[in-house]
Design a protein around this ligand. Sequence first.
Ligand code: AMP
Ligand code: MG
Length: 337
Amino acid sequence: MTKLKIIILSLFTFAAVGVVLFVAISKKPPQYYIRRDVAFGTNVQIAYATKKGNAKTVVDAMFDELKKLDDIFNAYRPTSELYKLNHSNGEWVKVSPRLLNVLKYSMKFAQLTDGDFDPTLGKVVVLWGFNTDDPNKWRLPSPQEISNALEHSGYKNVEIKDDEVRLLNDVWIDLGAIAKGYAVDVLLKMAKLNDPNSTGYVDIGGDIGIIGPKYGNQPWKIGVRDPRGNMNDSIAYVYLYKGTIATSGDYERFIIRNGKRYYHIFNPKTGYSPDNFEAITTISSSGIFSDAFGTAAMVGGLSKTEKWANELGAAYLIVNEKGKIIKNDLWKDYEEP
Ligand code: AMP
Ligand code: MG
């Protein structure tokens, strides 16, 4: 073999090996950096893979952001922005863009659901003790206490003008029905801003958002918890490539008195928890919407939930008060991988 031939042959061999190697590298699934921690008053898990920069750095920044969001939206921590608004004695208060955003969204949702969703139930929540994690503080108030608390609630007592907010009638805002979903949206945006092709998910206490499909092309399999089972018992599974999913249920914070279950979601018209569903899980493209929708649905019941879902485009799976599963057609799109 001449010298020339040897060089060409070895170049060719090298090129062929290179192609194989390239294929092997690009097929290799990305490594997920996973961090589990308590944040935003709940268990948070983030899985992230990116080819841009360091996944851990991005995930750590997401946890830092959660802390900032908690410092805004935690209604019962004296240092938070929302706490200060709740204790502003009916004065106009200039609020941060993020609080303004979520307040406006809540007001829109309250109008849309004719007040079944109501962001001003702070005094009712505190009366029942469901603002704390401590089950010893959860209690059944007297009817008189409940009607007193209801007098200081009602979304029509919130006034918004430009970036200022005024609370009338001593209402307290509680954004517990919506803040986790909003945080999901914020974190998804951060992940995508770092790298539009990054993948993974964020799970903020069961409010989940998909950053991108598993390994770039596979759906994430997500279990729907059995409301009368243990933490890890699932009654259904869905497969998500994108979007968000959130659950509201009567099993998170509850007491049973005289055989009746009372839990942390309230019918704003009565001050008691509704008896419509044990749980509802919602899938949509927006975290804040999925979160708000489920809470409103728990109050509204089946016929309103069907109507709202048709109008607004939500996929849902309900476990009704008898434990029966009811799901809409949109939901069925997610049942197969
Ligand atoms: P979620 O688990 O998303 O359904 O939110 C429940 C939380 O929302 C409760 O712990 C309360 O802080 C708040 N909340 C309770 N009832 C309502 C309601 N009817 N509308 C809006 N927020 C509510
Ligand atoms: Mg909610």
